[in-house]
Write a protein that binds this ligand. Structure first.
Ligand code: AMP
Length: 412
């Protein structure tokens, strides 16, 4: 036990877990390359105002979950609770849209939300965030869903469900929103306390409320899908056609919403059916009004965020392949072999081999046990005898065969 513990909800990713995380990150970078996306690494903190505007005041994140503080220069600062707002800020500030080219970017890294920690839910967690700015779709919407599917399939999670919805646009949504407020106002008594508040602030969010009563009410409520304007309906139809052309299966889910005004048209969620119970891995959508909200031009955008903790859990439960151990394990059995062992290790490492070593002299038995535990491919035994004979013994740990290695180049 140590005197200090990590902050509640913040977790170490330990050396035996890191290979899985690297596998996830490598897969993301590889898919990004194949789909012609570039990496953008914004800072993990921004001015608080960016998230307040970028997420909307009436969200749980902004109201309750942000890690905010005032710095020594009286600046109000927040550790990012999500990536999109900072990405938009970076794209606008660095003028990445110059020349009218669409910006296709991704970001991997930690996010911070003051939530109640539980399995798969932390206060520092990690997301893969993929965004496209300057392309109104629907082609890029289809590409993004293909990106996400390719990524999860590469990691061995091919059994996916895509849920799809359209949230309309400033043309058709205001009238729908009014209709919705009217509908729920007449049934206000039957709404949960949260939804009564949402009715004033963010009525669309009632649609994805988890409470049983609200769900029943939503079943009978008007649906955005039935109120889409011509352009929005065409956008959704074209997207569906492209998904079908690529053989991507999807379901239209009218309960899928992202409750803020600058979200437009496409909204989606990808769930994994691996391991029985469905679990939502990623969610995203189009936010054509966000750049303007953050002080930029009217630039269309679309993106998704995928939680890496949940993905890592799923892959772990599925039994991710173990990482290979060292190529060589040097068992130094006597002091007189130390210098030769060092020269040998340096020479192998310079060739690119992974070398682990037990520098402190000790018994062969304990060395072999440790080499086995580390998953070493070969053990090089270096004792007094070997130095005298100028030949080390190399044991292949899989076949148990032994061979000899000329030590002359490594002796003084
Ligand atoms: P959101 O940004 O809320 O749309 O979340 C996108 C994804 O991030 C979710 O599907 C989760 O997998 C993941 N996520 C969100 N909050 C947390 C958290 N506190 N801990 C771990 N993962 C999270």
């Amino acid at each position: 036990m140590s005197t200090y513990t990590a902050i509640k909800g913040f977790k170490d990713i330990l050396p035996d877990e890191a290979p899985l995380w690297r596998r996830i990150e490598d897969a993301a970078r590889d898919v990004a390359r194949r789909y012609d996306f570039q990496e953008l690494r914004p800072p993990i903190a921004e001015k608080t105002e960016i998230f307040a505007r970028g997420l909307g005041q009436a969200t749980d994140i902004v109201e309750k979950e942000m890690y905010s503080f005032v710095d020594q220069g009286e600046e109000r600062i927040t550790l990012r609770p999500e990536a999109t707002a900072g990405m938009v800020r970076a794209v606008l500030e660095n003028n990445l849209m110059a020349g009218g080219r669409a910006v296709r970017v991704f970001c991997l890294g930690p996010m911070f939300r003051y939530e109640r920690p539980q399995k798969g839910r932390q206060r520092q967690f990690h997301q893969l965030d993929v965004e496209v700015f300057g392309d109104p779709g629907p082609e890029v919407d289809a590409e993004l869903l293909a990106w996400l599917t390719a990524f999860l399939t590469d990691l061995g999670l091919g059994d996916l469900s895509i849920n799809l919805n359209s949230l309309g646009c400033p043309e058709c949504r205001p009238a729908y929103r009014r209709e919705l407020v009217e509908f729920f106002s007449r049934r206000r008594d039957r709404l949960c306390a949260d939804c009564r508040r949402r009715l004033e602030l963010n009525p669309l969010r009632i649609i994805d409320c988890k409470s049983e009563n609200c769900r029943r009410l939503v079943d009978g409520a008007p649906k955005m899908l039935d109120r889409l304007c011509r352009e929005c309906a065409d956008h959704l139809a074209a997207l569906q056609k492209l998904l079908t052309a690529m053989g991507l299966k999807f379901e239209i889910n009218p309960r899928l919403v992202r409750g803020l005004d600058y979200y437009t048209r496409t909204a989606f969620e990808v769930l994994s059916n691996d391991l029985g119970a469905q679990s939502a891995l990623a969610g995203g959508g189009r936010y054509d009004g966000l750049c303007r909200e953050l002080g930029g031009d009217d630039i269309p955008g679309i993106g998704f965020a995928l939680g890496l903790e949940r993905l890592a859990l799923l892959l772990k439960e599925k039994g991710a392949p173990a990482e290979a151990g060292p190529d060589f394990y040097l068992a130094v059995l006597h002091e007189s072999a130390l210098e030769a062992a060092f020269r040998l290790a340096e020479s192998l490492r310079a060739e690119g081999r992974r070398v682990a070593a037990d520098w402190r002299p000790g018994s062969l038995k304990s060395r072999m046990k440790r080499a086995d535990k580390a998953g070493a491919a070969r053990v090089v035994m270096l004792g007094e005898d070997e130095i005298r004979r100028r030949e080390a013994i190399v044991r292949d740990m899989r076949t148990r065969e032994q061979s000899s290695l000329d030590l002359k180049p490594f002796l003084a």
